[in-house]
Design a protein around this ligand. Sequence first.
Ligand code: GMT
Length: 381
Amino acid sequence: MKIGITCYPTYGGSGAVATELGLDLARRGHEVHFITYDSPFRLRGYVERVYFHQVETRMGRYPLFDHFPYTLALASKQHEVAVREGLDLLHVHYAIPHATTAFLAREMLRGERDIQVITTLHGTDITLVGQESSFYAITKFSIERSDAVTAVSAYLRDETYRAFGCVSCDLQLIPNFVNLNEYQPGEPTGRLGLAPDDHKLITHVSNFREVKRVKDVIRVFARIHRAMPATLVMIGDGPEREDAENEARELGVTHDVKFLGRLDSVASLLQASDLFVLPSQNESFGLAALEAMACGSPVVASRAGGLPEVVDDGLNGILEPVGSVEAMGRRAVELLRSPERHAAMRGAAIAKAREFSADRVVPLYESLYEEVTRVSRRHDA
Ligand code: GMT
């Protein structure tokens, strides 16, 4: 099949999933066209059957446009690529604005040829942004007009029905997946020059948005740090980074907290990690937690959103209510103090991650693609 994929190309779980999906589909023989404003961050170098089409984000000085209408440029590009490359479908990730621009592109083709629109809902497109009054109606409209809609967890599927009603759409659960070729347990690599050998290595990866509660990461770490030598590695960047740095200063742990900023590839850090901390306010799935587990790092996370679908409390990680930093820290210390329990949890985390392998999940998307294009062909006949 010829598949157009639109996603946010910069850092973030939805872009990561969309890109890994595109790469895996190409490996399976499909032709994949990424249509977005920048090359997706997990797309590195040439890959057979994968193409990138860049959408303009600005134009020469045009006095009427205080704000460049990116969504129109995206819809035009989706239409242009669909015609030129003969796409069978557009698979868009994150409803706003991608489901809306795909709807426009499909309408522009009406009467000429059929193209199917598949929307994958990822998280705050439903739980936060989509429910804001300025976006609610158009989000609902765009979801309902998609030919198929998927959600990355049962939690997100149910939340979409609850928040949007969404009567005419049949939301399918297709969970996120992990590329086990890249995210796999590694040989003991030491502390990668980030910490003395006797330190436990604690990691966190996110876009440092408010929803991630990065100050709680520091608080949980401070509790661990009081009990044993430990270093926290903070990977990513975003609006809450400064607050997290201040929190580390106030709690007196700055010298053992390393802020690495955004990194394209984090597998080696996750392989060295003894514990991954994700105390988010909400998380529709928690791809970062899954990738950490695949690398052999147990997770301490909040019992929120779809995280319990990924982490089984007490088996392959630790779940505590949002904001319970004391309980998270206490249980993390208990775990890190027991090599036997840690080894068991590490093994269980690796086993759980395998349930979300690309080999298991990507065929679900392929079946959906076949189903929607078959239905469309039936309507044409
Ligand atoms: O919705 C967001 O906050 C952004 C989005 C992203 O692009 O990173 O994250 C969401 O999608 C990921 C991939 O499906 C999920 O693993 C994250 O849990 C989800 N984030 C939230 O729900 C906060």
